[in-house]
Ligand binder design. Sequence first.
Ligand SMILES: [Zn+2]
Length: 260
Amino acid sequence: MLSFFRKRRRGRVLGPGARSRIASILARDLALWRTLSATERDRLCDLALVLIAEKRWEGCAGLTLTEEMRALIAAQAALLLMGFDLDPLTSPVYPNVRDVLVYPSGYFATTRRRDAMGVVHEGSPNLGEAWYGGPVIVSWEHAAHGARDGSDGRNLVLHEFAHKLDMLDGVVDGTPPLAGAAAYSTWRQVMNDAFARLRSARPGASVLVLDRYGATSPAEFFAVATEAFFERPREMREREPALYDTLAMYYRQDPAARGP
Ligand SMILES: [Zn+2]
């Protein structure tokens, strides 16, 4: 019954007018748009429109959210979902995200942290966060950069929403829900090996396809690896083939095979 109402509501959200409006924004400002097939573009638009309609979007620190901002953030989040077995008319989409908060640029986190010298900071400059059981928070300046530059390997929105996928099984450990014991065993082995390589890599090592921030923890490793998987896929496939294959299996996408 729930899905009947959802289907009816989404049928209105996914009208041809809405799809062509968002497509024109993405064609202009989402760099990865050019690499997608027509079918993938339609799917990306549909999933992004659902995210725009069903999440609570809030501009913070005086930011007034525009249609373009919502479209570009939602589309980057939707990129992660494109290969999943989701029906845009009926499936839950990021069921663990209710709110998306957008700051104009870097902002001060509200959490208190104690640094190595024992100083407690009331806030630290932050570009984005994904709270377990809470919102996704992003800096618009950095989300916009991620949309417009699709090949520097850094992408704030992909990073934060990858954390949300990781959290779907209730644990923030760098392992999202997978299908079956064999998948978990491959995942652990491949991720542990690649994580260890990143941790032991010399600073500035030119072989790195992953940002060193990924060495912080397995959860950050998955988020950072997701950024590189979508933004530097051919490089990752060449330098970290097992990692690439494992992420391709999980996301059910092969970005290295897409156009330049
Ligand atoms: Zn992170």
